[in-house]
Design a protein around this ligand. Structure first.
Ligand SMILES: Nc1ncnc2c1ncn2[C@@H]1O[C@H](COP(=O)(O)OP(=O)(O)OP(=O)(O)O)[C@@H](O)[C@H]1O
Length: 673
């Protein structure tokens, strides 16, 4: 048997697609073979054929194998050629062609049996009608299936359009529209469904609709959805499903968050949604106590870890590491654009160390954030396996339920007047006030504390216990106004924050989106007021654009402001602008008052000395030496007490003698510092 025979054997009964491979057929000089009409004898009918098992009328076609699918004919061209169940007269013409290939010869001469059978099939006069009906039915069935698929796709598209879900990637899982679908389609543990209902989630939010099925399909994702849109549950639910039950296999899921407050909040959400499942979830509050209490064995005891990158890297550094991440199956990076930032405020180096430690073969990764960063997207495309990119709404936009306002306050002192004015007009607590640094947070706190309102402050200088207590009190409604820095700008979910005041202008549009995103969460309404002065023009335009995008009214001049250079924006993002201190008393007046106070004090001291000398002239010498000694001692003791505060103290406190007076010096000093 030569090659053609073999080819014929293989290709018998299969159809050569002349429509698609017309050029190939021409090159190989393959023509459509003419069907050989064979008598419809019983004998012929009964001849067995191993390769042909036709159930309906078929053409005899050559099956071109191992030919690259190039030079395909276009749609137009294909219209000209015959269809699959085409005209047989055309096929007959093929057969009579003088330049038939050897292969065709082989077909005609050596495969009589097969052709006879074919002929039998073709010429089954009685059966042909039945066969045609069958074919038609099958075609109809195919059409119906296709139609159904189209209808289903249209429905899916409709759901995505309705919820502004944009997905990029291949084999995109169908979005869910109810949580019940999770049990019917993904066999989610009924206890998880029960927990979802118990926390009050009735229907999934758009990000949950698409990200949950994606992660349930073990797809690596990069998800970007507005603030307060339920991203946390979107990654928690699939993780709980995949982990199934508590095991002592080590940490199987790791969630990273940029701040301790956010890590703790995620930890609490894990607890709420995994109620009754028995998972052991670890949140590292203090690395030292973790090492003492849990030690290296912790990796075995817990199923899920929620941490900030810094703490985790600290535990990974020793050799051998104090924590093992090799059994991690899901690594979730929350606020991914923040964690990817380089430099002092970012965590890129720490992330790299953590990725390296998650060296299990089945690790899947998911990035979540409310704002999109180009470098995160690029990284995800390069490093994640068949990544699915999910975006809800337009990228880098604020939540539409927030009413945003910009307020020109003239100068720094104008800000204090403005905030007092807002408070006087009536506020609906809780209110968050953002300033650019911890120093300014302290200054503003000292100003507002005397206004008779429940105000507190949170910043990185406060102890962890203080920070935890403040968060707790704010959540409980004991604090009405919370002054904070950008530390609280991301991810924190304070229920029902009604108003966010940007006392200091945010240093980027991204920071603005996150800050104001502390209100208007989970579909609730919220308000955001941003103070600005002439010094804030650099970012004014970009923030005005965010507001415009969300449908807030914006004066035209703001959008017409010249776009700042990239250099200026980067500089501003790195370092906040210098601002006057927050105080109702101008610094000049403060200094002047201090000078006066010192003069009066010195004058009094001198008068006192003169008086003493007058009263006992004989003991003058002894007294004066005693005074000097006591003053020196006092000076030293004051230095001990206040040296941590300021070196200027020594200069001011020289003449003080008694304990009572010593205390009196302190307020002066404070004002000066
Ligand atoms: N399906 C749901 N139905 C109702 N509320 C929900 C649903 N999912 C989450 N929430 C609630 O929405 C609020 C915001 O959720 P979450 O903190 O996960 O938002 P986020 O998208 O992570 O926001 P951010 O970007 O600010 O971190 C939470 O109070 C949460 O309990």
């Amino acid at each position: 048997m030569d090659g053609y025979d073999f080819f014929r054997m293989l290709g018998a009964g299969a159809r050569f697609d002349f429509k698609r491979f017309q050029r190939d057929a021409e090159v190989l000089k393959i023509k459509r073979p003419t069907p050989v009409v064979v008598n419809d004898t019983k004998e012929n009918q009964e001849k067995p054929t191993p390769l042909l098992q036709p159930s309906r009328k078929r053409k005899v076609e050559c099956h071109q194998i191992d030919k690259p699918k190039k030079n395909r004919v276009s749609d137009d061209e294909s219209n000209d050629s015959d269809n699959d169940y085409g005209d047989e007269s055309e096929e007959s013409s093929c057969e009579s062609g003088s330049s038939q290939s050897d292969m065709e010869d082989g077909l005609n001469q050596d495969s009589d049996n097969e052709l006879q059978i074919l002929g039998n099939i073709r010429d089954k006069g009685d059966d042909s009608e039945k066969t045609t009906t069958k074919v038609k039915k099958k075609e109809k069935k195919i059409l119906t299936a296709e139609k159904l698929a189209t209808i289903k796709q249209e429905e899916i598209n409709h759901v995505r359009n309705q919820h502004r879900i944009h997905v990029y990637g291949t084999d995109i899982p169908v979005p869910i529209v109810t949580f019940e679908e999770l049990s019917s389609q993904y066999k989610l543990n009924p206890q998880i469904i029960k927990n979802i209902k118990a926390v009050g989630y009735q229907i999934p939010t758009p990000i949950q609709m698409q990200a949950i099925p994606a992660m349930l399909h073990r797809r690596e994702v990069m998800a970007c959805a507005p603030t307060g849109s339920g991203k946390t549950a979107a990654f928690i639910l699939p993780i709980l499903h995949h982990l199934q039950e508590p095991r002592k296999d080590g940490l199987r899921a790791l969630v990273l968050a940029p701040t301790r407050e956010l890590a703790k909040q995620t930890y609490l959400e894990f607890q709420r949604l995994s109620e009754g499942l028995g998972f052991r979830i670890l949140y590292i509050n203090k690395t030292s106590s973790f090492v003492n209490k849990s030690g290296a064995k912790a990796s075995r005891k817990f199923d899920i870890l929620v941490s900030t990158p810094n703490r985790l890297v600290y535990l990974l550094k020793p050799n051998p590491p104090l924590i093992k991440l090799s059994s991690v199956q899901w690594l979730v990076v929350d606020e991914s654009d923040k964690l990817f930032e380089e430099g002092k405020t970012g965590f890129r180096d720490q992330l790299a160390a953590i990725y390296k430690a998650c060296d299990g073969h089945s690790v899947r990764r998911a990035m979540f954030s409310a704002t999109f960063a180009y470098d995160v997207e690029e990284w995800c495309k390069l490093h994640l396996d068949n990544v699915l990119q999910i975006y809800i709404g337009a990228r880098n936009t604020a939540t539409s339920t927030i009413e945003q306002k910009l307020l020109f306050v003239g100068s720094e002192s104008g800000k204090l007047l403005a905030i007092r004015d807002i408070i006087r007009q009536g506020i609906q607590p809780p209110v968050l006030v953002f300033v650019q640094s911890k120093e300014r947070a302290k200054e503003l706190f000292h100003e507002l504390i005397y206004d008779g309102i429940n105000v507190d402050v949170i910043h990185s200088d406060r102890t962890q216990l203080q920070r935890d207590n403040v968060v707790k009190s704010f959540r409980a409604g004991k604090i009405w106004i919370l002054i904070c820095t950008d530390m609280m700008g991301r991810g924190i979910d304070f229920k029902g924050v009604n108003l966010v005041i940007n006392y200091d202008f945010p240093n980027s549009a991204i920071s603005y989106i996150h800050r104001i995103g502390r209100t208007g969460r989970a579909g609730r309404p919220g308000q955001a007021t941003t103070f600005f002065t002439e010094n804030d023009v650099t970012n004014l335009r970009s923030i005005a654009n965010v507001m415009k995008e969300a449908g807030c009214p914006i004066p035209e001049y703001m959008l017409a402001i010249k776009k700042p250079t990239m250099k200026a924006r980067k500089k501003l993002a790195k370092r906040a602008p210098q601002r006057d201190r927050i105080s109702t008393v101008p610094l000049y007046d403060l200094e002047k008052a201090n000078k006066r106070r010192k003069m009066i004090q010195n004058q009094k001291q001198r008068q006192k000395l003169v008086q003493e000398r007058k009263e006992s002239p004989r003991s003058e010498a002894a007294n004066s030496s005693a005074t000097i000694t006591t003053a020196k001692q006092e000076e030293n003791s004051i230095t001990d007490v206040e040296s941590t505060v300021s070196p200027q103290m020594n200069i001011n406190s020289t003449p003080v003698k008694t304990k009572k007076n010593k205390r009196a010096v302190r307020p002066d000093f404070h004002k000066e510092s």
